[in-house]
Design a protein around this ligand. Structure first.
Ligand SMILES: Nc1nc2c(c(=O)[nH]1)N[C@H]1C(S)=C(S)[C@@H](COP(=O)(O)O)O[C@H]1N2
Ligand SMILES: [Mo]
Length: 251
């Protein structure tokens, strides 16, 4: 009997008989997600049993792209520091990569743009009930983490953003599995043009196997850490801290 079957049996005997209807589908029902992924330690085991973390999110054809891609959350950080960056077309922008890395980096937009890039047409799903298909282009996060010589002790990658909510920066985090997923990129372009302010200029995360709120816009800092304790309120992201969204928002 495979490990996976043992885990599925354990789930079913735990009372989640609904799972017989199809694990992946049940995992997408919000109420079921809350129950299934309630315990901290159960998170990983369950997610691994339910789906292959390395699988690719669906990609679409250019003719399937949405004519209008809504902007959500912050549409302009509006701080003096951000406004100054916009004013000189992000010439002073730097992306810092620090924390548990042997080679901390500070990269300009031109340096990021000169790296090998991935381009993908994917569907963005927001928990508020809308979706849109768009094309994204930029270096894979994994390429950057390798360049920074990520240490083995790193477990999470934390993204700090230029927009503030009640004075604190928006932030998000993912684990190293998603960080090295091939569709996890730092997008510099959307639909063939440099990212606009509404969609996260100059750099935003695309982490295609997860819901919209994980796709941090206006990223200015990337930090590799061993634990999320002591960052924000410790739950790994702005919405996780403040409205109890799941940290792992897999789709
Ligand atoms: N920095 C930052 N990133 C963010 C948000 C935000 O308010 N600030 N909102 C999130 C949410 S809820 C969604 S659905 C997407 C929206 O991305 P879009 O504006 O490109 O559609 O960005 C996510 N990333
Ligand atoms: Mo969202």
């Amino acid at each position: 009997m495979t490990d996976l079957i043992v885990k599925r049996r354990a789930l079913i005997t735990a009372g989640a008989g609904l799972l017989l209807a199809g694990c992946d589908r049940v995992a997408q029902i919000p109420a079921a997600r809350k129950i299934l992924f309630a315990g901290e330690d159960m998170h990983y085991g369950l997610q691994r049993a339910l789906q292959d973390r390395g699988a690719l999110a669906p990609e679409y054809r250019p003719d399937q792209m949405s004519p209008i891609f809504r902007a959500n959350g912050t549409r302009d950080p509006g701080t003096p520091a951000y406004a100054a960056m916009v004013a000189n077309n992000f010439a002073d922008y730097r992306m810092t990569i620090d924390g548990l890395v042997a080679q901390p980096l500070s990269l300009s937009l031109a340096q990021l743009a000169s790296m090998p890039a991935r381009r993908q047409i994917t569907r963005h799903d927001c928990v508020e009930g809308w979706s849109a298909i768009g094309q994204w282009q930029g270096p894979m996060l994994g390429t950057l983490l390798k360049a920074a010589q990520l240490k083995r002790s790193a477990r999470y990658i934390v993204f700090t953003c230029a927009d503030l909510y009640n004075g604190a920066p928006y932030y998000e985090s993912i684990d190293t599995i998603d960080a090295f997923h091939p569709q996890t990129i730092l997008a510099l372009k959307m639909n063939g043009a440099p990212l606009d302010v509404a969609h996260g200029a100059p750099v935003r995360l695309r982490v295609e196997r997860q819901l919209g709120y994980k796709h941090a816009k206006y990223v200015t800092g990337i930090s590799a850490v061993a634990s999320l304790d002591g960052i924000g309120k410790g739950k790994g992201g702005f919405w996780e801290d403040n409205v109890d969204y799941d940290w792992y928002a897999g789709i």
